[in-house]
Design a protein around this ligand. Structure first.
Ligand code: SF4
Length: 85
């Protein structure tokens, strides 16, 4: 199992303001049902550009299980060193 450094949205805190979507170059996030959603984890570059613009501090980063192209984003073999910002 591999783990990718990906954004996690707190749906209860998110207001759907779209600022994180606009900050994400590859457009990995989109607003679904009024909540920011990582609907394309494969395109995420783990660059964390979505974090700072959020006025609600509703996004954190986490090592999540994912199988995909390791040339894109940050990866590790386990989530033993799981961290949040
Ligand atoms: S910037 Fe924050 S509040 Fe705004 S849509 Fe993204 S996660 Fe939700």
């Amino acid at each position: 199992m591999k783990f990718k450094w990906l954004p996690v949205v707190d749906a209860d805190a998110c207001t759907g303001c779209n600022k994180c979507v606009e900050a994400c170059g590859p457009r990995s996030l989109t607003i679904i049902g009024g909540v920011a959603t990582l609907d394309d984890p494969e395109s995420c570059g783990s660059e964390e550009h979505c974090i700072e613009p959020c006025p609600e501090n509703a996004i954190l980063m986490a090592w999540l299980p994912w199988e995909g192209d390791e040339a894109r984003g940050k990866w590790q073999a386990s989530n033993a060193l799981a961290q949040t910002w």
